[in-house]
Write a protein that binds this ligand. Sequence first.
Ligand code: NAD
Length: 540
Amino acid sequence: MSASNPSAAGGPLTEGPRDPEHDASASYALEPTYVAELTDRVVATSTLTDQVLSPLDGAPLAHIPQSSPEDVAAAFARARRAQVRWAATPVEERERILLRLHDLVLSRQEEILDLIVLESGKARKHAFDEPLHIALTARYYGRRTASTLRTERRPGVIPGLTRVDVNHVPKGVVGIISPWNYPFTMALCDGLAALAAGNAVVAKPDAQTMLSALLGARLLAEAGLPEGLWNVVAGPGPQVGGALVAEADYVCFTGSTATGKVIAAGCAERLIGCSLELGGKNPMLVLADADVERAAEGATRAVFSNAGQLCVSVERLFVADAIYDRFVQRFLARTEAMTLGATLAWENDMGPLVSQAQLDRVGAQVEDARSKGARVLTGGRARPDLAPYFFAPTVLEGVTPAMTLFGQETFGPVVSLYRFTGEAEAVQRANDGDYGLNAAVYSRDTARARAVAGRIKAGTVNVNEAFAASFASLDAPMGGMRSSGMGRRQGTEGLLRFTETQSVATQRLIRIAPMLGMSDRAYARFMTANLRVLKKLGRA
Ligand code: NAD
């Protein structure tokens, strides 16, 4: 066990160099048998592998087997066989498996956190949000699926004689494509709802973070999920993701808006449904009566959690003129007091970005803004002294529409500050652009803040919190408006998207057609009178 490994014995780390052939100085080494146990779960028949580097030090972490389009087809065939039995399994048994997963995730959290930090580089305290979110999701669907899926009775066309039952039947095999930024929760959370609804899953996690996703698959198996229901494929998005869209009965995608459009087009071609959880350029509004210290604390978490690589993170901060200077002073003080580090320790407040590509993207946006006149209040540069892809927490003023990061998602630890005088103006500026994922409003008057929230075009709005209040409330649907997505995860909506609604109408005694020698014309008159009476009686 490495000295810096806070996990209990039996975790993924070992002593010594990680990969002696490639990197004798590696500071974190994964147990080869541990890695093999995870990577054996990838449905892959070829000997091709993809090397994963750890953002903590840029050194090799593992080699992941790669799936071919034939492997994806084989994964679907296996899933389809297993799904037939699963759909016939009592919902209560499916719920029991999810509740066992809840306990497993809580008891194995140090192991989960180690893998997430090693693969994504995020601070351990932000990694903790992932097992927390999976435990909440498992408990929610472990307790609410049977009642949500129960067959509903609805009124039929002829009261008393037409009975209507509405069933929620599973889609079949759901394809899940997930990103690297929350590698454990994004790979698992939607799939738990899909399984609960009676589907099988074929999952394609991002190439950077396969181990965290494979650990999720292993925990599901340990919780008692029958063979064949959770299948993991690996490889480049356009090939393997494309093969998955070609086979699935429904696709659940989380990632960028650009890729979301490609997925939507593929699903439209096959006339299958999809949910798309996409990017954002999320605003926070700090109203004149806000508690400045509380808002500054919330803003620090909202902007820098997971180094800003969070779909619901805040990238635009609108602050009332009356408190602007006080707020900025407290926000900068909190930002500059953060502990930056690229280790497995709990003490870090922010870790590195995930990859060189992310560092290049964030650096280019900040450079573009600076060259066009933005003022850098803190940060604004890479920190290679901390880790290869580290970018300093960055606060900007004077950002204009001429700058790329005014409207484009940065997905890094960078925020733009703006003053406002009237609330109507703040709402209008918050609603600028095409995105609509998440927003936050800080005010001591929570009723007023909720009224402001109702005018913001975003799928979730948090009052006196940044994002966690809505995201961790599992009964609250989560998703984007406009270019931030389609459909919702969490809540009843997050379960029912994985079902088809089926109406079964049973007709008793009389048929819905002319009877007893009645002519078609007489039947039409009779039905017309009937409709008028039913409207008068207030029937829907
Ligand atoms: P991305 O779109 O590049 O990749 C996401 C996933 O799609 C990966 O698994 C990738 O391999 C796969 N993929 C890429 N091209 C594909 C294609 N042509 N066909 C099928 N699959 C393909 O996104 P990213 O950069 O990895 O993730 C960051 C983005 O995700 C950000 O925009 C962020 O806001 C968004 N995100 C949204 C949410 C949400 O809930 N709304 C959550 C997390 C991340």
